[in-house]
Ligand binder design. Sequence first.
Ligand code: R5P
Length: 338
Amino acid sequence: MEAAYQEMRIFSGNAHPELAKAICDYLETGYGACEVFEFSNENVFVRVQENVRNRDVYIVQPFVSPVNTSIMELLIMIDALKRASAGRVTAVVPYYAYGRSDKKDQPRVPITARLLANMIETAGADRVLTVDLHAGQIQGFFNIPLDELTALFMISRYFREKNLDDLVVVATDVGASKRARNVAQSLNAPLAIIEKRRGANDDKTQVVNVIGEVEGKRALLVDEEINTGGTILNAAEALKTRDVTDVFVACTHPVFSGDAVEKFQAAGFGEVVVTDTVPLPPEKRWPQLTVLSIAPLIGEAISRIHTGRSIGELFQMDKEEDGSDPKVANAMVGAKRG
Ligand code: R5P
């Protein structure tokens, strides 16, 4: 199909250039030339080093540490590309930070996820492409088209191939239950739900109940993000007191802040399966951690946005099963969402 815009170009700030390069590899396209750096006064400077007039431009920039710098880089890059007459600019934000600030759940607090959406639009983005938002409703904070992909079917397929018997899929809280239910359906396994309580405005959580039958089974904990690890670690503890035989973890965004990695290593999980929506340097990896690449899924979505093909179509297809295009099989399975 003909592209709706001239040539596609993929750019990246400093947040996760490895992912941007992997997406370029999938798309068999070069990496856009652009310098992005900070002056000594911490002001971010951007200069696009190639012609982007009328081009279909994608900026890959997850909001990772240093989070606020990653955000500013994206905003300033959008501004630079629009002023350089790019035809269309898509902000590709594989990990959308501040997602938990999506409601006014106590007096006098902001809704930062919404503020961020406004900032991305104001900077001049025409579209947004993202993966597993904290809550689907964040899509509605944008007045421009947004495509949200999910990695959880890609991760489900990984577990399906392991043929783990006696598996129960466990949502880490009531909010995560829809996501976990989709995984449970895909694995043909029962679902249980952890009732979690978050007290003060810190990162601490407490398990108050486990809903569902878990005794004597292996558990697969499902969540969209691991930050301090408290949610998963507390859930695993609660499951172990209920005679769960082994605990596995499936999660899209492995932020692993503070000493989360050390705690995960000590927890003795059967396996922790995540994606590379955020960078994972060697010191954040250990033998029981499996990292699946999100690049084919994002690359396939970009290709479809560029040529005006359906992303929804990905929800019904599994190219590997019909044998037509094994290269994108990962993307096809990964893009199904519920
Ligand atoms: C919160 O509701 C999210 O779904 C995750 O459970 C949370 O972000 C994980 O954070 P932490 O690892 O710090 O418990």
